[in-house]
Write a protein that binds this ligand. Structure first.
Ligand SMILES: [Ca+2]
Ligand SMILES: [Ca+2]
Length: 504
């Protein structure tokens, strides 16, 4: 009787207790959004938080379960990486109440939300910097805010003169009005802790994207790693399970070194951009699979226990369609997204990638207005001088089963349906010529991933007679399992990405 009661209680509890949200660090599909260019809600031409909130159903339906917001705090610049108040929302984007509503809207749908936290530097218009400069001009070098930044009397690389004084201040992103904070000053880290507490506890976000971590202590990896370790302890102490993802724009070895900080993940730059191994493999004339396998294995060897966050492009880089000649070869834009989507960890898609937006050259060109439908877009960011859209807008692509958008959606859905893709342990079964076979082992069920990098059909002998669970078609041809003389083989159309699972 007692046992029955316990079972009944447990069943009741299971009914009333909401499923615990997964730690954000396990989110398989992320979406990076530049709020200003995404969706306007009030007719001023500038994207805003309420506009983004109105697109959450679209984002969810596309299969993204995490959003990274580029900075939303008050700032004199259009990109807002130079902050003047870390605990407020830029009025262009809305109010803190709008932010809280956005967080609620995300969490209702099971979407994690992280915000960009640029703490390497502030704006020159930040009250801390203004107070520091006023003090130095008044001859008060002992003022507490002077210690918030790195002032020196000697000219040095990375330092700029403070007008009206004999002082110089550190500014690693020269010309951007972004003086570097003195992260060795406990008063500054105490400020950061109260900022973290505000966002994690009060606003309820799930973590932060940490901007420019290699500039925390320029040229001193150990000190930057030490600082990140303290930030991770700080955020974990405030909100266990909150996520930190660092921008360590560097080579694989340096990124691997940064994982020692305990920060959850660092963007996988070696996979990204024209120089990255995804585009590099796709554009190789031969032996694409070997190139991919060699490079991906190097990543897995360098970061054996770390959670990866691969991506193709972001707000600082050229967009994928340009990188893979996707105007002429739309199948390669799909293949790039397919290959990215078959990597371990949490994959990041930059907004607009799903419709094949293009952008290169000056930064604003890489941050153009999201193209929702005819006439439905925000104003373009100031300074954009190359405005073009190579592919149709969202509305058209939603209606086209063969569009890039529906391909990206299928990639995301595959990652949601088969956890082994993002979390399984990888082993290469084959990497020969243009064909690559990977096995992912995971307690939820194993899978095999097959990629044909070439523009020709490929046939490979399969190791196990599994069934095709996902066939990411770029054209009209499908993958197929065939049997010849008792040996099961896999036929792969051009640019195919296929996921197999054990036959039922
Ligand atoms: Ca607006
Ligand atoms: Ca710095």
């Amino acid at each position: 009787m007692k046992r029955m009661l316990c079972a009944l209680l447990a069943a009741l509890l299971a009914l009333v207790t909401p499923a615990l949200a997964e730690p954000a660090a396990d989110v398989p599909n992320w979406y990076e959004v530049f709020v200003r260019s995404y969706q306007d809600s009030d007719g001023d031409g500038l994207g805003d938080l309420n506009g983004l909130a109105s697109r959450l159903d679209y984002i969810y339906d596309m299969g993204w379960r995490g959003i990274w917001l580029m900075p939303v705090m008050p700032s004199p610049s259009y990109h807002k990486y130079d902050v003047t108040d870390y605990c407020a929302i830029d009025p262009e984007y809305g109010t803190m109440d709008d932010m809280r509503a956005l967080v609620a809207g995300c969490h209702e749908r099971g979407i994690a939300l992280i915000v960009d936290m640029p703490v390497n530097h502030t704006s020159t218009k930040h009250p801390w910097f203004i107070a520091a400069c006023d003090a130095l001009r008044a001859g008060d070098a002992g003022n507490e805010y002077v210690g918030y930044y790195n002032f020196t009397r000697e000219a040095a690389s990375g330092f700029v003169p403070l007008e009206g004084t004999e002082w110089y201040y550190e500014e690693r992103f020269a010309g951007g009005g972004m003086p570097d904070l003195n992260l060795a000053n406990p008063a500054v880290t105490a400020e950061i802790e109260s900022v973290f507490r505000f966002w994690l506890e009060d606003v309820g976000v799930d973590g932060f994207r940490l901007d420019a971590v290699t500039s925390y202590f320029t040229g001193e990896t150990d000190r930057s790693v030490e600082c990140l370790r303290a930030l991770k302890q700080m955020s974990e102490g405030i909100k266990p399970g909150s996520v930190l993802i660092g921008e360590c724009w560097a080579g694989l070895d340096t990124i691997a070194d940064y994982y020692a900080s305990g920060v959850d993940s660092f963007f996988l730059f070696p996979a990204a951009q024209a120089e990255g191994f995804i585009v590099g493999s796709i554009l190789a004339r031969k032996n694409q699979a070997e190139k991919f396998a060699r490079n991906y294995q190097a990543v897995l060897d360098a970061i054996p226990d770390g959670w990866l966050t691969p991506f193709l492009c972001n707000h600082d880089t050229g967009r994928t369609v340009g990188l893979v000649q996707g105007r002429r070869k739309p199948e390669l834009a799909k293949l790039a997204d397919g290959v990215l989507g078959m990597l371990n960890g949490g994959v990041f898609n930059y907004y607009g990638e799903e419709i094949g937006m293009v952008g290169s050259g000056d930064d604003p060109n890489k941050r153009l207005a999201m193209y929702w439908s005819d006439g439905d877009m925000t104003d373009q960011p100031p300074g954009a001088n190359k405005i073009e859209y190579a592919y149709p807008y969202v509305e058209k692509q939603l209606a086209d089963r063969k569009s890039l958008l529906n391909y990206v959606r299928a990639v995301n859905q595959a990652r949601l349906a088969i956890p082994a893709i993002s979390r399984g342990e990888n082993s290469f079964l084959l990497a020969e010529g243009s064909v690559c076979l990977m096995k992912r082992s995971h307690p939820s069920g194993d899978c095999i991933i097959a990629i044909n990098f070439s523009s020709k059909d490929a046939y490979t002998v399969e190791v196990e007679p599994w069934q095709i669970a996902v066939d990411l078609e770029v054209g009209n041809a499908s993958a197929a399992l065939t049997e010849k003389g008792g040996v099961v083989g896999l036929k792969l159309p051009p640019c195919a990405v296929v996921v197999l699972v054990p036959a039922e």
